[in-house]
Design a protein around this ligand. Structure first.
Ligand code: HEC
Length: 259
């Protein structure tokens, strides 16, 4: 009895106690952390995972069907689902705004020299903002402007009273509608204000000048009587009757001599 009570009451020597204490915590900790051994068995995919997956699949498919616009490149109508031909027919398909297309053409082809501000680079690239070449002031005509862009311009010229002597490359590779749009744009941007130019007018001058070998010079152009284009009726979408042509607003600048 005295022996056992002795073993209870008397603590083990210091170094054993430390050792036991340390070991037990470590071992328990390790057991708590460890996962059970992997077993060779078939673990089915949890039902909820399948349910979530199916729900996502259905949502994705209906989203695509609802908002894809029938995968037609011409459709963009955020609020209208396109289910087929009728929906497509009712989608807006008005003419492209020449100011929007024109800005795009300008940024891609002209801005590098004439600058996004239309102010050009002094001594190198003449300004388009306020230019008599652009808005058909002085002796300049709309017909000259179309020639400049179709075939380019070289040699000494005056723009807004300042001399330039460079070479502008031709832009025949642009479509009639693109040239019409870029001209309409530069005539109505940066404070400029002049009637729009139509694709038909560009096509006419393209045909007239088809054989022109190199960029025009100021002298070439001056020899061609200035023409002011009639304001073209707004391009109408196919299959609709164009609105009645409204006459160009008569401004004093428009009373220049006609060919
Ligand atoms: C590589 C530079 C360059 C590019 C790109 C360029 N131009 Fe020009 N442009 C010139 C130069 C240089 C002149 C003057 C030519 C001369 O001195 O005979 C000029 C002259 C003009 C003129 C007549 C003068 C004036 O400033 O009003 C117009 C209009 C014009 N460019 C429009 C355009 C349009 C529109 C585009 C794009 C489709 C374009 N240019 C692209 C260099 C360029």
């Amino acid at each position: 009895m005295s022996h056992s009570s002795h073993s209870h009451d008397t603590p083990p020597p210091e170094e054993f106690r430390e050792h036991d204490d340390f070991n037990i915590r470590e071992v328990h900790g390790a057991i708590m952390r460890e996962k059970s051994e992997p077993r060779d068995a078939f673990a089915p995919i949890p039902l909820w995972v399948i349910a979530v997956f199916m729900a996502l699949l259905i949502w994705g498919a209906s989203y695509l069907v609802y908002y894809s616009g029938g995968f037609k490149s011409t459709v963009f109508n955020r609020y209208q689902p396109a289910w087929g031909a009728e929906a497509l027919a009712s989608a807006p398909k008005g003419p492209v705004d020449p100011m929007v297309l024109g800005k795009r053409v300008f940024t891609a082809n002209c801005a590098a020299c004439h600058q996004p501000t239309g102010l050009g680079v002094p001594g190198a690239f003449p300004p388009l903002a306020g230019s008599e070449w652009v808005v058909s002031g002085d002796w300049h005509g709309d017909n000259h402007l179309v020639r400049v862009v179709l075939h380019g311009l070289q040699g000494p010229i005056d723009v807004e009273g300042k001399p330039f002597n460079g070479v502008m490359p031709p832009w025949q590779q642009l479509k009639d509608a693109e040239i019409a749009a870029v001209l309409t744009y530069i005539r109505n941007e940066w404070g400029n204000s002049a009637p729009p130019v139509s694709a038909e007018q560009v096509a006419k001058i393209r045909a007239e000048t088809a054989g022109h070998p190199q960029p025009f010079t100021e002298a070439d152009l001056k020899a061609i009587p200035a023409e002011k284009f009639e304001a073209a009726p707004a391009a109408a979408p196919e299959g609709t009757t164009p609105p009645a042509a409204s006459p160009a607003p008569a401004t004093p600048a428009e009373t220049a001599p006609k060919a």
